[in-house]
Design a protein around this ligand. Sequence first.
Ligand code: SF4
Length: 296
Amino acid sequence: MGSKTNIAWTDATDNPVFLLRDDGTNGGHWCQKTDPACANCYAESVNQNDFFQFASHLPYTGKPPENLHFDRAIVEAWARKTKPSMRFVCSMTDLFGEWVPRQWQFAVFDAALAAPLQIIQLLTKRPAIAAQAAREWCESRGQFLLPENVWLGVSVGDQQAANRFRGDAWLMWQFSQITWVSYEPAWGLVDWAGWEFINWLVIGGESGPNAREFDLAWGEAAIAWCRKHKIPPYMKQLGSKAVVQVHDCHQPPDNWAPFGSSGKGTNISEWPGGLRVREFPVQFSADYLAARGKAA
Ligand code: SF4
């Protein structure tokens, strides 16, 4: 169970929230755009595309469909896995959307607690709701914090989002053992002052036909800030429109092309040396790394 993924910082994706068709099958996904960073939502494009098995064809706007469903079997299966893995949960929607019942969020936290071998990576553009859900779960379960294998993250694409989300991200941190930021798609320079409480910073330029520009200097600045505050940085990709606008930014190597050979800037050998960093917020043991695989 779970899907293989090309997302470099995880091993598999799980999507327990989906539309249930009348015949009981998976009818695709839905979310509601909430932030300028959602403009080129990859999950929405998947849902519009017949190529994908679970295309719902719904735009990620308007009212939530009535047939949204939470499949407990997907999250309860984590406890039976003998192989450790990192799992990005709800990659096709926002688990902390306003329309998502609290018991679905609790079910994810409960399942994570029962599956300590699995790292459950959550990412939201609604950090206020995530913080509230985490607080309520801790209170109702008699816990001080979420399980240590829950990595609770917030998406921050530019300075406006950083300003808007910082207070709520700090509330998330109060109940989360690993609090992280996905600065992807990064589409503006961010001054990270005040974010020193986070445990991990993932950085990446936007990919796809409508990708916004990613200045390599923004990535370098984010990494330099991480180094100063001993926060592990993880450079995921340069994206489809990487640019160099700041003169003192390290120049890319000769084999670098504006779109990168992958089209998404995922080929690390084409990056400037200073951007080639992929660190995680925990030190994985040799046993863990040996047992972990890219299997779903
Ligand atoms: S919150 Fe995420 S999944 Fe939902 S519309 Fe925005 S980018 Fe897409």
